[in-house]
Design a binder for this molecule. Sequence first.
Ligand SMILES: Cc1ncc(COP(=O)(O)O)c(C=O)c1O
Length: 463
Amino acid sequence: MKNNLFGKKTEALSQKVKSGHKFLKEKSMSELLEYVGKTIDLPIAKSFDNSFIQKSSRKSNDHFLTGLGLFFITEKGKVILDCTAGHYQMPWGYSSDITNKAIINAMNIGITWDCHSDIPGNPLKALARELVSIVNGFDGLDDPRLDDIVEADNILNRAIVSTCTGTVACAAAFRMAYVYYKNNYSELGAPVFITWQNNYHGTDTFAQAMRGMWPGLFSKDGVEFVQLEANNLEQVKNTFEKYGKRIACFFFEPVMMNNEALLIKDETVKLMRKLTTEVDAMLVVDEIQSCFFVPELMMFRQYDVVPDAVVVGKGMTGGVHGQSATIFKKKFDNLAQFDALSTNGNAPMAGVSALACINAIKENREHLIEVQNLYFNELKKVASEFPELIEKAMGRGLLGGFKFKDREKAIEARELLLREGLWVRVHAYKEHHRTLLMKFALIIEPEIIDFFFNKVREIFKKL
Ligand SMILES: Cc1ncc(COP(=O)(O)O)c(C=O)c1O
């Protein structure tokens, strides 16, 4: 078949991508670090412009061309060290052999990319089993204990794996909480959904309403949303006293990556678990950001608490085919099939890539612990070296950031780092937000850690 992907631009653009990728492939990590921030020569090829993309997405005048591991090259030829794993979804960086090889093997034995969503094949059924194993701290999908818990009460033993995006998986959990409440407590009035302020649990209208958008769209007779200040134990206690059994659900993210990498503390989660249990409300951990970026695969395993549901997605397939999942206790198994389903969900190859990512994290667990400790300790150290500039280090493990004292300085730091070829993000779109955010891929090594923090020090000295 003729390659005419990009119409008349096909030949020139293909050469450009190929040449950029070859550049990345032929260099070692140390060699690439020397190029970070520099512009390399690439074959001349005119890119497509942005005119057909919606206005709000036209901010940048330089776009992604190709990437490998932690590095990518822009259309203008700039070499970038990606400190945010793409948009936080590629635990193994760009074009990883971990997923590529697993997919090629799978294709060779006849596993297809997609299938009928109604009849998931072995990769997805294996994934459901593996996810249940992980949330229970078992030893993989062959662990015989799995067969003993299928019908157990009060244990995470069901999974919806027919969804692609985090939003749809979160929506599945909201609906389960809603249906459970309606079936058991509807005479008490409208159910109450509790979240932290500045939460982010997806882009559908319900999730957005939970963070205060679309006021008036949901009537208080139908559902009530309550947002609390993160880690404010008094507010949590008062809210449970006020609403009691009207509370259907408490939904939270361990490190709020849309709220300055704010960590929900151990004591907070313990209290949330105690109070939700008392009123028979669903405690849901949104691990869309944290899953597959921690050595335990899911961050809630670092708290000594078992939630009622865990939502995973984003990085689970290593940036290949979108796949999300909701793992929950049997008593919440109350949705019809089409209540939580994406047409492209249940795709065999998404299952293959997720299983490959799980195996790779398990195989590298000790190394990941070591490197993540090194990284986070260094983050805290650098924060303490600049007391005039930095309020504190935020987050945990690879999900972290520098909270600045001054918002403008945070924005300036991001600009300067970007100019130097370090792709970080800044949370400054709300008035009180002032945090530089990073979420490196798992393949970060001590050499990268040194390079990154030395550059950060250089920039911080200039501010
Ligand atoms: C914590 C959290 N929940 C849910 C979502 C929604 O996931 P998706 O963009 O795959 O719909 C995101 C996305 O950034 C997220 O960070």
